[in-house]
Design a protein around this ligand. Sequence first.
Ligand code: MG
Length: 339
Amino acid sequence: MKVRYKIYNLPFRYPFTISRGTKTHQPSFVVELEFMGITGYGEAPAIAYYNIPVEKMATDLETKRTFIEKFAFSDPERYWHYLHHLFPANPFLVCALDMAGWDLYGKLKGKQLYELWELDTAQAPVTDYTIGIDTIEKMVEKLAEKPWPIYKIKVGVENDIEMVTELRKHTNAVFRVDANAGWTLEQALHKIPLLKELGVELVEQPLSKDNWDGMKTLYVQSPLPLFADESCVAEQDVDRCKDHFHGINIKLTKCSGITPARRMIARARELNLQVMVGCMNESSIGNAAIAQLAPLLDHVDMDGPLLLAEDIAAGQTFNYGRIIYLQNTPGLGITGVHF
Ligand code: MG
């Protein structure tokens, strides 16, 4: 097996602001695995909050390149296990390689992953479209520019109720909000009932990631379902979300790939937690992996390629939020990778 990588710095269509800050570009690490003349691709965007820059992914890969290449590839789950032990401190790199392994595996079998997993794409939820934090005028403009059935609105700032109130005047679409750990318990207790009145369906990560006591209180009192994102990073975090959150938002990059994400979905179901998979501003490569899992989910947030001004592959497209899968493209369901 041969491994190659490329680093991209993909510009956003608009500067992307959440409660933690603003960025204009998304650095992303893309790997290519070549085996028996077939190539598989995987992606991991770097997120400053998780402190694994693309350079670290490249250095770690180079340090253990021979180990990555000498593995006798037969199935992606075994490969993930091997990678997980090779890079215990770099889930992002493991995610990119795991995803490439799954793409390769699907291509070897001549099927998209959802077909191999016997999933029905008609069950896939409609994706939301994210409205980042901006001036209220600009947020209204972004909303008007992209008519969509579900919007995910970034909140967690002083005037967020005012923001959502104004946006509500312009659409009857479903709203969900993501505070990105930006509220105190008191703020959350005050704001969530107001958001419910504004037709918001769910709240993502209201409190800081370690505020489990606060979440216990909020869980009992919140009139809206609460989803863990920053509090639910890896497999071992799923269990403690029970009785603190109503659901989890899985990100492939932070949990280290498709393989553990499938186990997290299964575990969440056992615990009666709802499941969302979210993007981290991936291009169409990483987004394709989310699409393969979509039929298993209650909610999906896979608008990365729509927020970026440049893409590095062609993959699934959307019809008013509904995923349209490419036909005759085995593996992740992507084509034309600029690598
Ligand atoms: Mg989030």
